[in-house]
Design a protein around this ligand. Structure first.
Ligand code: CTP
Length: 403
C-alpha cells in the first residue's frame, strides 16, 4: 500500500471547541486511509460532540476517563501512548495546550501526550484574542520547543462572528502533515527529488502569452508520492492551480527559460529530476513591450524561436533523469527515441489523444520504458498511483547505481 497512513495506529485527542465537528471528518479520513484510530476526548469536548460519533467511525472504544476500570486506558493508562505511531490533537484549545505545557496527565489526552515517544501534532483552535494572548503564545512556544509540531491556526471567520486567527486548519492540511511524518522513513529518505509541473508561458506582449493545456496535476501527484516516501521534494512549477502538498517546497516560474534556471539551480545537489512539466518548445522571437494593436490588419505573424531542451541539457552522470513523452501517435517509438535523444533513465509515455486521461484528469494511463528498453504498460490509475509506480523504478535504479 502506498499511503503511509495505511496500517498505522493513530491517537486523536479532541478538546472542547466548536471545531470538534471537524475532528469527525479528520478521523473518518484517517480510518478510510486504513489507520486504526483511538479517540481521546476531554471533558469539555463532550459538551460539543458525543463519543458515539467517534466510536461508530473508528469501530473502537473512545477514551473519556482515565479512571474507568472498564476501559482499556483505565486498566493501562499508557496503552494508547505506547501503541500510537503518531498523536494528533485536533482541535487543541487554549485550555488543553496550557495543560499540556504544564505537563498535566489527569485525563486520557494529556496522559497519552506525556507518555508517548511518537511524534505529536497540535492543531490549535480558539477565539482570536485567546490565541494572541501572551499566555497562549508562551504555551505554544513551549510545546513547539519540546518538538511537537504546531499546525495553524488559520485566519478566517471565528465562532464569535469576528474574523481573526484561530480557525482549525483544514483536514487536508492535518492529513498532509501526518502523511509527511509517517512517510519520512520511506525508501526515498535522504534523496532530493526535483519535479517540474505545469505548462510554461511564453510572453508575446504585456497581455498575451503562448501556453498549453497542462494542469500540473501529474507533477503535483508525483510530488505528493515522493514526499510520502521520505524524499526532500522540490516542485519547479509553471503557472497552475494546484495546492502545494504539505512538506514540499515550490519554486514558481513562468517561462521555459525561468524553468531551466530554477531546475539547473535545484539539481546541483539533487538525486533525481522528473520532468512532468509541459515545457513550451517555442517562444516568440521578439516580445513587444507595449500591447500589440490591430491597427486595421487581418493577420498577425508571430515569429518563434526554440526554447532550451531542459531535460536534454542535464547530465545523466550527475542526476537520475526521468522524462514524460506526450505523444498522439507512434507512442512507443517516439518515447524510445526520446530516451536516446535526451539520455534518460526512464520515460513515461502518455497517449494525449485519448479522452478522459492526461490533461486536467485525475487519472492517466501511461507506459514506462527504461533505458534497457524494458516496457511496463500500466492500467488506467490515479496520477498519485502512477507517481508511485514511477518512484518504484526510480528507487530501484538508485539502488542499482549505489552497487
Ligand atoms: N522537455 C524539456 N524541455 C523542453 C521540452 C520538453 O525538458 N524544451 C521535457 C518534458 O518535460 C518531457 C520531455 O522533455 O519530460 C519530453 O517532452 P515532450 O513535449 O513529449 O517532447 P519534446 O522534447 O518537446 O519533443 P516533441 O515536441 O518534438 O515531441
Amino acid at each position: 500500500m502506498t499511503d503511509p497512513i495505511y496500517g498505522k495506529s493513530i491517537a486523536v485527542g479532541v478538546s472542547g471547541s466548536i471545531a470538534c465537528y471537524k475532528a469527525i471528518d479528520l478521523i473518518s479520513k484517517l480510518v478510510q486511509a486504513g489507520a486504526a484510530v483511538d479517540v481521546m476526548m476531554t471533558k469539555a469536548s463532550l459538551q460539543f460532540v458525543t463519543p458515539n460519533s467517534f466510536a461508530s467511525i473508528t469501530n473502537r472504544p473512545v477514551s473519556t476517563n482515565l479512571f474507568d476500570p472498564n476501559s482499556e486506558i483505565g486498566i493501562n493508562h499508557v496503552s494508547i501512548a505506547e501503541r500510537s505511531d503518531i498523536v494528533i490533537i485536533a482541535p487543541a484549545t487554549a485550555q488543553t495546550m496550557a495543560r499540556l505545557a504544564l505537563g498535566f496527565s489527569d485525563d486520557p489526552l494529556t496522559a497519552t501526550v506525556l507518555a508517548t515517544s511518537s511524534p505529536v501534532l497540535i492543531c490549535p483552535a480558539m477565539d482570536g484574542n485567546m490565541y494572541s494572548n501572551p499566555a497562549t503564545q508562551e504555551n505554544i512556544n513551549k510545546l513547539a520547543k519540546r518538538g511537537y509540531t504546531i499546525i495553524g491556526p488559520e485566519e478566517g471567520r471565528l465562532a464569535s462572528g469576528l474574523f481573526g486567527k484561530g480557525r482549525l486548519v483544514e483536514t487536508s492540511t492535518i492529513l498532509g502533515h501526518t502523511r509527511s511524518i509517517m512517510g519520512s522513513d520511506g525508501d526515498l529518505k535522504n534523496k532530493k527529488i526535483v519535479i517540474s509541473a505545469g505548462g510554461t508561458q511564453e510572453k508575446i506582449d504585456p497581455v498575451r502569452f503562448i501556453t498549453n493545456r497542462s494542469s500540473g496535476k501529474m507533477g503535483y501527484a508525483i510530488a505528493e508520492a515522493a514526499r510520502n516516501r521520505g524524499a526532500e521534494t522540490i516542485i519547479v512549477a509553471a503557472p497552475n492551480m494546484q495546492i502545494t502538498p504539505v512538506g514540499t517546497r515550490v519554486k514558481n516560474v513562468i517561462s521555459a527559460e525561468d524553468m531551466k534556471n530554477a531546475i539547473v539551480d535545484e539539481c546541483i545537489d539533487a538525486d533525481v529530476i522528473i520532468m512532468a512539466a509541459a515545457v513550451a518548445d517555442w517562444k516568440p522571437k521578439f516580445v513587444s513591450k507595449s500591447k500589440f494593436k490591430k491597427n486595421g490588419s487581418q493577420t498577425w505573424d508571430i515569429n518563434l524561436s526554440r526554447n532550451p531542451d531542459i531535460l536534454a541539457e542535464l547530465d545523466r552522470n550527475t542526476i537520475l533523469k526521468v522524462g514524460f513523452a506526450a505523444e498522439s501517435e507512434n507512442i512507443l517509438d517516439n518515447a524510445i527515441k526520446k530516451i536516446r535523444s535526451k539520455d534518460l533513465d526512464l520515460i513515461a509515455a502518455n497517449n494525449i489523444s485519448k479522452e478522459g486521461i492526461g490533461f486536467n484528469s485525475d487519472n492517466n494511463k501511461i507506459t514506462l520504458i527504461n533505458r534497457e528498453g524494458v516496457v511496463q504498460e500500466l492500467e488506467l490509475m490515479s496520477k498519485y498511483e502512477i507517481g508511485n509506480r514511477i518512484l518504484d523504478q526510480v528507487s530501484d535504479i538508485l539502488s542499482d547505481r549505489q552497487k
